[in-house]
Design a protein. Sequence first.
Length: 72
Amino acid sequence: MLRKFLTIANYSLVISVIGFGFAILASYPLATALSLPAQITAHISSLLFATLLKISYVVRCLCQYNLGMEVR
């Protein structure tokens, strides 16, 4: 069961980093090319992806600790 959570946490980390990167690109360098609602969505999604990143990392660390693996 913990290995399944570890796998899910690892995938969530990858997805959240990619999503956060796209959200930051849309929020700042590409802001002039986007409408105001799109910019608002990009800013809100950057907060959500950052939250998912932190939660995924904590779950990953907890799973590694409980499985007796090195926590990194």
